[in-house]
Design a binder for this molecule. Sequence first.
Ligand code: GTP
Ligand code: MG
Length: 396
Amino acid sequence: MIELIQQIYSVLGVAIEANSGDAMGIASVLLILLASASKFFSKDDSKSEPRIERAAEEVKPAVEKSAPIPEEKEEPEVATEPKISWNERLKKGLGRSRDQVWGKIGGLFTGNPLTDDQVEELEELLYGADLGPKTTMELMDQLQAKLKSDSFSAEDFKTFLSGFIKEQMDDVQQNIDTELFDFPEGGFGKTKVIMIVGVNGAGKTTTIGKLATKLTAQGAKVVVGACDTFRAAAVDQLQVWCDRANATMIRAKEGANPSGVGYEALQTALNEKADYCLLDTAGRLHTKQNLMEELTKSKNVLKKLDPETPDHVLLVIDAITGQNALRQAKEFNQALGLSGLIFTKCDGSSKAGSAVSIVKELQVPITYIGVGESVEDLDKFNLDAYLNALLEASPQ
Ligand SMILES: Nc1nc2c(ncn2[C@@H]2O[C@H](COP(=O)(O)OP(=O)(O)OP(=O)(O)O)[C@@H](O)[C@H]2O)c(=O)[nH]1
Ligand SMILES: [Mg+2]
């Protein structure tokens, strides 16, 4: 103890006799020690307090930041899947077409007879809407007399246009096979085979995924054939949709013969008495003769299992394609004999006019329309609903 006190004294610069036994000396040393210690600790306390606060500050923001992250992540999911009706979805999807073309056309009618410049502008807008030269000329011919009337309003024009388009498409649209999208209670007593074709990236796989989901939701048993054997990623993409839709998917190794996969898929569908067999095919340019022939072969191979098959060959058309879509449709129709069209990506800046000329020239109806990437963004095509959504005023 005395040794310790001596050391402390030496540190404090005070000399002490090791053996003095001076109680007063020891007591004073202890007092000095206590005072230093209390000073030391009180100093330290005042330091540690802000340290705790700082530490709390450091932790707090991390917690605050990380907490809203999942909320922020979850929110858009809820926001992108709002439970809105199909008509609202369609209106929203066609918003761009409506504003970019059809809205502008309506704006030309001010209650006065159209000037020659305005008539020319109208014609240009119709061409720009991809209506095609033939349909545009026909429309302009029918419209000539009306344009000179000063009581022809924007509303009158929309009514006229709606009637004109309906006249062009209605008869063909009546021929849609409702079995494509309505699964009757008790089934059909046979497997409906639907082959989906189109150029690269048109939306075939996504549409099959949406379709499979819609059909299984109605209680149908669905087998999907992943006949796009060129890309493993394409098959995986379809697998995700099929898992979600609860549909059976038949896949082959990458590079396998697509006709063989179609055959296998149909065989499975027949064995399992599936209600639908949906066949996804690889995208191809309508100008590539060999690839088009391969598709014809894939279709014909199915006939070995059932001469009546496939029930449908549907061409998926990216609505943004414009007038080239008519050429695509003609080529696919010639190679396969199309029974229906599916217009996808109508939510893009599509002008929608090409639909009129394709339906009219090919006499093939539009069966489905897609206005986005989620399952709810695909529905059966209804001409009245489509024209209403396309021509009515944009919601403010
Ligand atoms: N905005 C929008 N995107 C769509 C629609 N339909 C499909 N897509 C998107 O278009 C892209 C291509 O779709 P896929 O289904 O892979 O097209 P595909 O025809 O199978 O393509 P390939 O197999 O490569 O020929 C994907 O990013 C889809 O999410 C639609 O109606 N609207
Ligand atoms: Mg695909």
